[in-house]
Write a protein that binds this ligand. Sequence first.
Ligand code: ZN
Length: 275
Amino acid sequence: MEPVIITVATTGGGTTREQTPYLPLTPDEIADEIYASWQAGAAVAHVHVRDPQGRRSSDIEYFRRVVRLVQERCDIILNLTTSGPLDDERILPVTDLRPEMASFDAGSTNLNDWVFINSPAFLERLAREMLDNGVKPEIEVFETGFINNALALVKKGLLRPPLHFQFVLGAPGAAPATPKNLLHLVESIPSGSTWSVIGVGRSQLPMAAMAIVMGGHVRVGMEDNVYLRKGVLAESNADFVRQIVELAGSLQRPIATVGDARRILGLGTSARAII
Ligand code: ZN
């Protein structure tokens, strides 16, 4: 089995300071948390940014500052979000910053009280931009139909295997985080693909445990969950990373270095400088 790649998602677009006072919001805070998570064993950082009021933002200058501060200190793989309300803005992290990876939400779904819309036209456009800019898509899958959407884009030549999937389970409005659902998703992707899992909220740790045993990879962080254990908030995203390192150690699965992760994901051999 390959070493397990830990992705840290420090901030997200929806988590609030009311939920946890430890949430990093400014570019400097986000970069500090990414660096601490890299020191703890994370090989990939999934990045969202916020405005000074803490609201979800697509401002490319905030992304640029996070990227610069991180790249000054470590070579962690950067995976920038392409989520957000406006399609023209969502695409900018890919076209303007050309990170090694970016999220690619391969369909639409209800999430809490909003609808996360990823129209077929937008997905074609995003896939084309990722291909043209050499950005590896992290194909986020909330339901099995999303896999078919991705495979249709493979047929059109817009997504190129080997594909990397990120299963999102336990989000309110989408597929529940059950072992059966995870197994079904893993069995539904093309052979040769890599996969990782996000368990939202209390399902973060059990889904991570399944991925470690099954040969998948793991995402943790305050984008998805704020509790380290029942009633105990994580004081840093690095706490979640350490929890996975410990769990994987108990199960005797090694942790991927950044170099391992680049090889497993088919990326380049070193960080791509973004300034
Ligand atoms: Zn995200």
